[in-house]
Design a protein around this ligand. Sequence first.
Ligand code: PLP
Length: 387
Amino acid sequence: MDDVIYLDHAATSAPKPERVAARIARYLQMEGLSAGRGSYRRAVTIGQEIEGGRKKLASLIHAESADRVVFTTSGTEALNLALGCLGQEPGHVIVTSWEHNSVLRPLAAAADRGVTITEVEPGADGRTDPGDVRAAITSETKLICCVHASNVTGVIQPVGEICQLAKERGILSLIDAAQTVGHLPIDVQEMGCSLLAAPCHKGLLAPLGTGFLYLQPGLEDRIPPLQFGGTGTQSEQAVQPAELPYRYESGSRNVPGLIGLAASLEAMSPESIADDAAHQRELTAFCLDRLKGIPGVTVSLPDLPGELRVGVLSLNVEGQDPRVVGTILDEYFQIEVRTGFHCAPQAHQWLGTAELGGTVRISFGSTTSESEIEKLADALQQIAGSF
Ligand SMILES: Cc1ncc(COP(=O)(O)O)c(C=O)c1O
């Protein structure tokens, strides 16, 4: 697959690093055990490896302790778990226009029990104004949901200010860090979020089937588990253990995924994340510069400064359905991109791309090179020129 150019890292990072693949292969061939259950030494060792990954992740996001990080099977599961903080009563929730369906759809389902939702649109630069969020708060507001960076345009939101104002008003805040964890430094205590959810298979370079939720101390009393069952702890009791992380981690775990995560995290540090952020900024600036001169190609939010975006860009080719552009890129140029709405319908309403069938999204990873972007720009030039 050497000649294929993969520019869909916002969906999942690929390929996974060699250290991740090697560890999982060894596990599958030589071990294959369950973790956190058996007391024999090999099972204990695998359990410790997973807990080592949890500690590393907790320290990377500066959680108060490792048990505040609960493993899930995806970002979606982490967000659904977090939204349990709304309880069964009616209430009001504020969202931004950039939210993903993994927030919007559970909230739409909650509307059946009287939960109301206010969407706060961004300013012309794509950034949500915390003042607008403040103005949307009512006496019924229970939660503010904000994506850290859009998976459509890459625009970074002022999450620190939004979490701060939520705290001042005694409202919970939920940050969707799907596009930022591993790509930007994250300090949950400094940010002041109540909850932060993310997949581990994107910027953290772990396999699919991994995600996590960070919960501020005390919040577990307000959030029920999504599933109940065996945790390998307090097995003599008929009721779910109250302690974290076990309260939310029932059933046999995704051991290949979680040891893959641990292997990936071993190579990550605040410095490596800062390097990745710089690499993403350089690639984005380079790509924007290359696309700027191509007649018929329009990039969403082209003037957003580099420090306010992650390595995700959306574009349209004049007069062309994004799906057609994606198919041509794939079949004629071996360039893989994502097309359509990217599970963020409100973002396209705001951008005005809904009636165009969404956008062509290109997203960069740690392995993306400028020469790959050159090839993308050449391909887009040919496609735009031929219609
Ligand atoms: C902004 C955002 N939130 C949530 C998710 C859901 O994550 P997952 O695919 O792990 O369920 C994604 C994935 O694309 C995303 O981009």
